[in-house]
Design a protein around this ligand. Structure first.
Ligand code: PEP
Length: 252
């Protein structure tokens, strides 16, 4: 079984000038937790170089929140995977629900980004998850199967092995509504089954994170579920104390 991965998505929060103090506190508060879990923070682009420097020689890893599918060219405002690699960044979140629903990214585009990230030997975290009306309409399984098939269906087993999946029900992101551990486990079990169809017993090696209003108070119960291999944390990752407390609540 892989170690649990506790990943923080800072979104458009924490300025470069705030990174030093954040890193100093997180390194202190999570000193014990990093013995048993993997810790990753994903700052906004301008904060990446400072975060890399601040976590240098620390087990805390640094990733990006997004990337463009092309390597370079006339794409004003965009950042390529190659530029991230040049900085020393391997991890990248792709297909986050805010990219899908606020910026209009569809499965086709997300697949292109995913293929590029894999070609560059990056470590993508692919987010999937249903909207509230899809859950209420009993369509969660159909949506997860569709998102899985459209983004991961064509990938080779060896490419899938570099991937981390994140189940992030859209209705639970930034809303304070968390999926119950049982509801989350059910979705993770489905995703594990889809991975198993492609990877057989190696499917256990692909981490599936849960994301959606994870806090110190609910993290332990979520992380205790069989198929929850870590968490992707938005709001609560902005405070090093709560992020460290979430990491500390993971079972070994
Ligand atoms: C996220 O941004 O991926 C997320 C899960 O946010 P929050 O923890 O704030 O719901």
């Amino acid at each position: 079984m892989p170690r649990k991965l506790i990943a923080g998505n800072w979104k458009m929060n924490l300025a470069p000038s705030e990174v030093g103090a954040y890193a100093a506190l997180l390194k202190e508060r999570a000193a014990e937790a990093v013995e048993k879990v993997d810790l990753l923070v994903c700052p906004a682009y301008p904060a990446l170089p400072l975060a890399l420097a601040a976590f240098d020689e620390s087990p805390v890893m640094v990733g990006a929140q997004n990337m463009h599918q092309e390597l370079s060219g006339a794409f004003t405002g965009a950042v390529s995977g190659e530029m991230l690699i040049d900085l020393g960044i391997e991890w990248v979140i792709l297909g986050h629900s805010e990219r899908r629903h606020v910026f209009g990214e569809d499965d086709q585009l997300i697949l292109q980004k995913l293929q590029r990230a894999l070609e560059l030997e990056m470590r993508p975290i692919l987010c999937v998850g249903e909207l509230l009306e899809e859950r209420e309409g009993g369509r969660t399984e159909e949506v997860l199967r569709r998102q899985f098939k459209l983004t991961l269906g064509e990938l080779e087993p060896k490419e899938l092995k570099r991937l981390t999946l994140a189940y992030e029900p859209v209705w639970a992101i930034g809303t304070g509504l968390t999926a119950t551990p049982e509801t989350a486990q059910e979705a993770h079990e489905l995703l594990r089954g889809l991975l198993r169809e492609k990877l057989n017993e190696d499917a256990a090696e692909t981490r599936i994170l849960y994301g959606g209003s994870v806090k110190p108070a609910n993290a332990a119960d979520l992380l205790a579920q069989d198929d929850i291999d870590g968490v992707l944390v938005g709001g609560a990752s902005l405070d090093p104390d709560s992020f460290a407390a979430i990491a500390a609540s993971a079972p070994r």
